[in-house]
Ligand binder design. Sequence first.
Ligand code: FES
Length: 194
Amino acid sequence: MSEKVFDITQEDLLWVEELLKGYGRKKEELLQILRDVQNRFGFIPMKVQIKISEYLDIPLSEVYSIVTFYAFFSLKPKGKYRISVCKGTACYVRGSEKIIEKLTQYLKIQPGDTTDDGLFSIDIVRCLGACGLGPVMMINEDVYARLKPDDIPKIISKYEPPFKNYEEVMKEQEEIVKSRKRAELKPSTKLVTA
Ligand code: FES
């Protein structure tokens, strides 16, 4: 399967040029430049990698190897629905590995990656502040707690077009919530316990 190319606008490229000028031709600033680009675009576009390598006069392979080495950097934009799975200690001992495994099988992407349709991306995080409810994951602002691997397909289907079964899934989840033990969650967090 060919890699989808994620393009950026001329205006974005001008922004990159200004950024590079601000740092000057200092190779030691490469990491910081990449951080700024990641923060601006949510990923490091290939066109920008080429521009950086030309400006700093370093091989493109060197830029690419840094982008792919650090988990902080991404080669693709994050999905419309950003899935964050907690792998902190409390969630880990309650089976977050199995949740991650199911997600990667179901969406056919690895953590740090985005589906080709741009809908979903998976990230591993260290704590979502709901340790008593592990394993926990978030999809954008929705929090799913006390997860089991079999919950994943139905949860994901809520966000997949044509969204036909959204109501049905929400109803089922309400029932599941009632049948599973409740626990405290920080008040600002919207819980959609699965
Ligand atoms: S360890 Fe998972 S929410 Fe804190």
